[in-house]
Design a protein around this ligand. Sequence first.
Ligand code: FES
Ligand code: MG
Length: 583
Amino acid sequence: MSDRSTTPPPSPPTGMRKGLTSYGDEGFSLFLRKAFIKGAGYTDATLDRPVIGITATGSAYNPCHGNMPQLLEALKRGIQLAGGLPMEFPTVSLHESFAAPTSMYLRNLMAIDTEELVRAQPMDAVVLVGGCDKTVPAQLMGAASAGLPAVQLITGSMLTGSHRGQRVGACTDCRRYWARFRAQEIDQAEIADVNDQLVASVGTCSVMGTASTMACIAEALGLTVPGGASPPAVTADRMRVAEETGRIAVQVARQQLTIDRILTPQAFENALRVLLAIGGSTNAIVHMAAIAGRLGYELDLNGLDRLGRETPVLLDLKPSGDHYMEDFHAAGGMATLLRALKPLLHLDALTVTGRTLGEELEAQGPGFAQTVVRPLADPIHPQGSVAVLWGNLAPGGAIVKQSAADPRLMEHEGRAVVFEDAADLAARIDDPALDVAADDVLVLKRIGPKGHPGMPEAGYLPIPSKLARQGVKDMLRISDGRMSGTAFGSIVLHVTPEAAVGGPLAWVRSGDRIRVSLARRELSLLVDEAELAARRAAAPVTPPTAERGYRKLFLDSVLQADRGADFDFLVAPQSRGKVPPPR
Ligand code: FES
Ligand code: MG
């Protein structure tokens, strides 16, 4: 792996002396560096200690990171009390609602920013402070490539609000109330009241969306301090996690415990198990593929599917269950979940504390009675939340969140009703003249990584309103896009390769027959190969390009969903095998 070959072997912390090559004269470079840092009021003595970089991602545009000032204060206290020098620096910060066309379009930009600033500036370890959906994946991708010792600090979830006696939280309840408003079940005054309550504090969405999923994954990977995933953003527990993170960051700097020693195939397998057991967001599969790719590992979708058959859903949290993140925290958080999953985990995986996952679980004691995390013997859903489908419509695989799907539609053959892109969908889905029936299969093309740059969360196609009015609540829906972790339905996502690069999805026409079988893990277009070849020849696909800027870089470089939608030049060039590791 190139990152490893260009990274010097582990050595003791060098603090401000690290990377003194700018002027070809190390003595002069250090002399200048010290002059400038003294200009900020530091003394010589302060500089002789491990330097801990902190990626500060506070932004007025990012309320999910709204506790950043207090969090950084606690983190720096932990670093200083352990003898380190905290050095905070800004990076890109992304929020789901404020980043157009989609935050996913900018995830790789944040990953590049994080990687290069971690590599460029003098630091012996880095604390990655993130929370909102794309931030933790971007930070882990960047840090994996930079290769330094790294610890993830999660901002934490928001509190739940209360609307007329009902608990509410973003964003499963956002969708529910908006649907009721559109159906005229609630009026303008009530929807305004709901709007006040959905986000009751700073912090990330309070259900098992991508942010909560990635927080749990970061802890399962061994990259947070124990208990780092679940404390809500505004709690004392969250601030204590921040202080402890500072202490551990100095320890990983002193030990030069580099991130590649934490992110092993066993750690990835543990994290995939957790993803499946928490009913986690399908987006996390794309992020895991990208993070693994940075270390030369290829996410094996067959392996993921195998883990899914063995790993039940245990966590009773919205959207698959009833609770919110603060309930998960009160139930013991990840320690409770990992304890329940213990027979399925690699307990010898190393964590940033320098101890193994098994040792950390031992240290946290036996747990207590609670109702949010089920035991293996009494799961919410007997298999993991996600299954992988294959077939001539998805040679590179497709994902279905089976725990959120209607079992009847998971063994289904129907007539395709095709929308060529998102604009076509918007123009026709509610047209009373649309030729569509409840057992048809809705197909949306060109919302993949290149088709609608960034692969937006448009895979949750609305039910055509003429059917919705007849009471149709779910239909089989297929696309090359993503969907929000907070959504549910019989929805096939991430069809690979995507339509915009000439994947088989591009050639589907309304009236074609499509077959899905979850039992056989099948996604088939029932059109013969000669006919498909004729369609390809008649209207070849030209992948989209752009003239300049980040959009050009994106369209020229972005990989398909199965490779994490990372840029091709950011993936480690040497392969180190598959995750989960083959048996
Ligand atoms: Fe930031 Fe949901 S919008 S986590
Ligand atoms: Mg989301």
